[in-house]
Design a protein around this ligand. Structure first.
Ligand code: F6P
Length: 319
């Protein structure tokens, strides 16, 4: 009987439990045992694991968070730490490792494979949706929907009082969440790191589109302006316009996943098992135009995923 390890690393995202459920069930179907490491690479290094069985995955598809926990573990950048991980994998007799997370997680997997010959498969999990090699990462759709429903509510207040709101959404270095959310909420302006944010343009939108009254500006936390607080201060400094700030923050990382994320996670989980059992390794499982796509792990962590031009121009057209 084959045995694969499974870990979740980096920022948590809705849909991970649906992924774990799919991995465990698809593995059972192929008579493969799954060992789940506690808190990502940290658990792998500290040898904290448990066998995951079908019963462990009952009633978890709708749960946020992750039943095996996750962590950001900087120590994994050290080769001596990775050596310990590789030793544990060999001692446990694992035939492969499924790593779920963002680009940092994929870099760890690439190094484990390159330095120690561990067969790894990556699954993109991050609300930021910034992993190269996939159109969708698990958690993105759920995070966007949390932000959209929050902003719809804020708009009621903005409208009633004729206020300007700067609403900050997550996205450490990219504007995928902000763009999607901006278009879906009909925001009057969207500020993302991929384009230069011009406060004079925001002012013109407030003065014209918002008729000096209510305006929703969606700001990506990674925007070069410094985020919603900085933009709000700048607007006051330059144009004496007051704006309220709402930072949605970690709200976007929790809660029950959307049906889209549950299905995506189920599909990626099955594809990860299918890959390892058929000899495909050191790739990231992703999707493109509705089909599965496999990208070499090196590219998945080293190449930058670009915000599609159509998103930016659509958002500008509709502002
Ligand atoms: O990577 C996902 C993400 O939620 C980013 O959007 C955000 O910048 C970061 O994680 C926050 O991480 P932490 O919870 O560790 O502060």
């Amino acid at each position: 009987m084959k045995k694969f390890g499974l870990l979740v690393s980096g920022g948590s995202a809705p849909g991970v439990n649906a992924l774990i459920r799919s991995v465990v069930r698809a593995a059972e179907n192929k008579r493969v045992e799954i060992v789940g490491f506690q808190s990502g690479y940290k658990g792998l290094v500290e040898n904290k694991y448990r066998t995951l069985e079908r019963a462990d995955t009952a009633n978890i598809i709708s749960l946020g968070g992750t039943i095996i926990h996750t962590s950001r573990y900087d120590d994994f950048k050290n080769s001596s730490t990775r050596q310990k991980a590789a030793d544990n994998i060999k001692k446990l007799g694992l035939d492969g490792l499924i790593v779920c997370g963002g680009e940092g997680t994929m870099e760890g997997a690439y190094l484990l494979s390159k330095e120690h010959g561990i067969n790894c498969i990556g699954v993109p999990v991050t609300i930021d949706n910034d992993v190269y090699g996939t159109e969708n990462s698990i958690g993105f759709d759920s995070a966007v929907n949390v932000a959209v429903s929050s902003i719809d509510k804020i708009r009621d207040t903005a409208d009633s009082h004729g206020q300007v709101f700067m609403i900050e959404v997550m996205g450490r270095t990219t504007g995928f969440i902000a763009m999607q959310v901006g278009i879906a909420t009909g925001a009057e302006f969207v500020a993302v790191p991929e384009t230069m944010t011009d406060v004079a343009l925001i002012y013109r939108h407030i003065a014209t589109v918002g008729k000096g009254r209510r305006t929703i500006v969606v700001v990506s936390e990674g925007d070069e302006s410094g985020g919603a607080v900085a933009l709000s201060n700048l607007l006051m400094e330059c144009y004496k316009i007051e704006s309220k700030v709402a930072i949605l923050g970690h709200l976007q990382r929790g809660g029950s996943p959307t049906s889209f994320d549950r299905v995506l996670a189920s599909r990626f989980g099955e594809a990860a098992i299918d890959s390892l059992t058929t000899g495909r390794k050191d790739v990231l499982v992703g999707d493109r135009a509705g089909s599965l796509e496999f990208t070499p792990m090196y590219e998945a962590y080293s190449r930058k995923k670009q915000l599609p031009n159509w998103l930016v121009s659509l958002s500008e057209l509709l502002m």
